[in-house]
Design a protein around this ligand. Sequence first.
Ligand SMILES: Cc1cc2nc3c(=O)[nH]c(=O)nc-3n(C[C@H](O)[C@H](O)[C@H](O)COP(=O)(O)O)c2cc1C
Length: 272
Amino acid sequence: MAKKYIVSALALLGFMVMVSFAMNQLLFSELGTTMRVIRPDAVKSADESVPSYAVTDHTTTEPTGMKEGKIKLPAPALRGRMTVEESLEKRRSIRSYRDEALTLAQVSQLLWSAYGISDSTTFTARSLRTAPSAGATYPLELYLMVRNVRGLEPGLYRYHVEGHSLSLYSSGDISRAVADASLGQMMLHDAPASLIYTAIYSRITGRYGDRGAERYLFMDIGHSAQNVYLQATAMGLGTCAVGAFDDERLASVVNPPLEEVILYLMPLGIPK
Ligand SMILES: Cc1cc2nc3c(=O)[nH]c(=O)nc-3n(C[C@H](O)[C@H](O)[C@H](O)COP(=O)(O)O)c2cc1C
């Protein structure tokens, strides 16, 4: 009799596991291709108290981990030297930068803070990120404009959250043209690198309609940009949110895919 109960209980348990697996597949399969990603764990340096981006980057010309056109970025550090409270207190918009290169580890850390995956072992379009997003729709795309980053040739790179990597979007230094299109704000030319945010409106309007386009999208970008401000400050770097630019002129310089609208720029560098 007892054996019969045990067999039934085991059968029920097996059934529940199968139902839960099927629900998971149903929930996520239509949201994007399922792909394994490795959660970016802290890179351990010899001195545990030193975050990886602060360790001298020995990259010279060849980026590490180049695979199928993708440049794998170093894993972000999950410990830093500054508390979030200190970073909040110190954060300022910085508009002049030293003429010094950034390292791959530094740009990796800043990209991750902006929109990197922070809670997933399996990539879906809705894998949770460092910044909140209405309905986890993640309408933003990020580009890194490179003028002087060790290990990256000057050009425009697309950031891929899955796999935390970059791919070259267009070659050549466009920082001068970007600064000119941004009402002559030369910090965009002087900075060794800048983030360029675009948005794909349909991702958020598909779920929220006009409210998504008129409100949520801008809230999303604000969350992400503040992450970059705080992360840069904590790393001893500087940035400045830039929203003033000639939309059409900038779009003709950056040339994003048709469905993407450029919304925000953030030059990055070592403060003067
Ligand atoms: C939506 C938005 C757009 C901005 N656009 C520019 C800009 O085009 N150029 C600029 O120098 N600063 C820009 N800023 C930065 C503000 O000028 C700055 O945040 C403000 O002066 C407060 O200074 P703080 O950031 O140092 O606290 C922008 C900030 C925001 C939030």
